[in-house]
Design a protein around this ligand. Structure first.
Ligand SMILES: Nc1ncnc2c1ncn2[C@@H]1O[C@H](COP(=O)(O)OP(=O)(O)OP(=O)(O)O)[C@@H](O)[C@H]1O
Length: 240
């Protein structure tokens, strides 16, 4: 469902992504794990067609991110930590607005909003509140609902738990597993190893724009004698 081959991105003098390759299958949560500045956001933004690669290739749901960006976007949703929505609108108005981007309106849109709200445990009464009156956790749920309204096959989450409290974090992690359970493909980018340990099926460690380890969660845990954090530190130290 995601196929990345020797993907590269340079910003003037900085080589942010220096040729990474990985694949993610339907129903799988792939953890893209790396320290600050490793190239996670750049990689996800290339997959989402928001940035153009300077080398290599990537396909999402069989569509090339450079040659078929519209098809890619139809099959993909993206959520960043700290993403904002217009806070003077109600939750329902936000979703109504974004639904129109996906040609969703009338009964079909209502049905999709109800589907997303149920999946994310958003009470119908909450949707009629202005976003600014909602807790940060609830606002993040609206952001996710917006990203999945078109029921994308692929969902990219970039540091999506940043700034969330323990309850909101828990809800998000549960949602990740639930969405994968629908046969969807997720990339979960984070530097929080405990979260990755909980939700990912496979992991890739990225450092200075290179993948320095890739394997199943089990393989990574074995590398770290039972600890993903230890595996991560060991492999990054070896690569340095
Ligand atoms: N627009 C840009 N112009 C120049 N350099 C950039 C730009 N965006 C990112 N970079 C650089 O590219 C490298 C990778 O950044 P990126 O944001 O992809 O990393 P990251 O792993 O997502 O880190 P973080 O967790 O801090 O967001 C960093 O060295 C960063 O400074």
């Amino acid at each position: 469902m995601i196929e990345v081959v020797d993907l590269q991105k340079s910003y003037q003098k900085t080589q942010a992504v220096r040729g990474i390759s990985f694949r993610v299958q339907p129903g799988e949560v792939y953890g893209l794990l790396g320290p600050n500045g490793a190239g996670k956001t750049t990689t996800l933004r290339m997959l989402a067609t928001l940035l153009k690669p300077t080398g290599g290739s990537a396909k999402v749901a069989g569509f090339d991110v450079v040659r078929q960006p519209l098809e890619v976007r139809r099959n993909l949703g993206i959520v960043n930590g700290g993403m904002k929505v217009y806070d003077k609108l109600t939750g329902y108005e936000v979703l109504d607005f974004f639904g129109s981007f996906y040609d969703l309106w009338g009964p079909k849109l209502k049905e999709r909003i109800a589907w997303a709200a149920e999946l994310l445990h958003i009470e119908p009464s909450v949707l009629s509140k202005q976003v600014r009156q909602m807790s940060t956790g609830m606002q993040q749920k609206i952001v996710i609902a917006r990203a999945i309204l078109h029921q994308p096959q692929v969902l990219l989450l970039d540091e999506a738990t940043a700034g969330l409290d323990v309850f909101a974090r828990r809800a998000l992690l549960d949602f990740v597993r639930q969405y994968a359970g629908l046969g969807k493909t997720l990339v979960y980018s984070t530097h929080v190893m405990s979260e990755a340990e909980e939700v990912c099926d496979r992991v890739g460690f990225i450092d200075h724009g290179l993948l320095v380890f890739e394997g199943s969660l089990q393989e990574a845990l074995e590398l770290g004698s039972g600890s993903l954090e230890r595996a991560f530190i060991r492999r990054l130290e070896q690569a340095a």
